[in-house]
Ligand binder design. Structure first.
Ligand code: NI
Length: 134
């Protein structure tokens, strides 16, 4: 670990300290390291050819016509990229699925886009994270 000095205006430093205290960081350094890692992960996710891992959450109404079949069909198109899937029956009508996806960034985004945009999916969110190298 190396140390370096950072110059910052008062206003920005106050905002940093608020975040440090609100999120419960031990100190400024820990927070700044997290911000840099988050930035690096985001940069990787924007590079279509970078290997990434992500979680996709979708909520849908299983009564919607053919919807469960359509979602399963799409998932089988990407069986090599879907390394885990969990299905929860939220209530009488709604289902929640969480998929863990791995592969090139463009492919992981494509899977997210196809599933989230399927008619009848009420909510969906893709979160891309690092593959462990950061
Ligand atoms: Ni269900």
């Amino acid at each position: 670990m190396k140390r370096f000095g950072v110059s910052m205006e008062d206003g920005l430093l106050q905002k940093l300290d608020k975040i440090v205290s609100k999120k419960g960081y031990q100190n400024r350094s820990e927070a700044i390291r997290d911000f840099i890692r988050d930035h690096l992960v985001e940069q990787d996710s924007l590079d279509p050819k970078k290997e990434v891992i992500g979680t996709l959450t979708i909520v849908y109404d299983h009564h919607a016509h053919d919807l469960s079949d359509k979602l399963t069909y799409i998932q089988h198109d990407y069986h090599k990229n879907i390394i885990s899937s969990t299905h929860i029956h939220m209530n009488h009508d709604k289902c929640l699925e969480v998929l863990i996806l791995k592969g090139k960034s463009y492919k992981v985004r494509e899977i997210g886009d196809r599933l989230i945009s399927t008619k009848g999916v009420k909510h969906g969110k893709l979160v891309i994270t690092a593959t462990g190298k950061i």
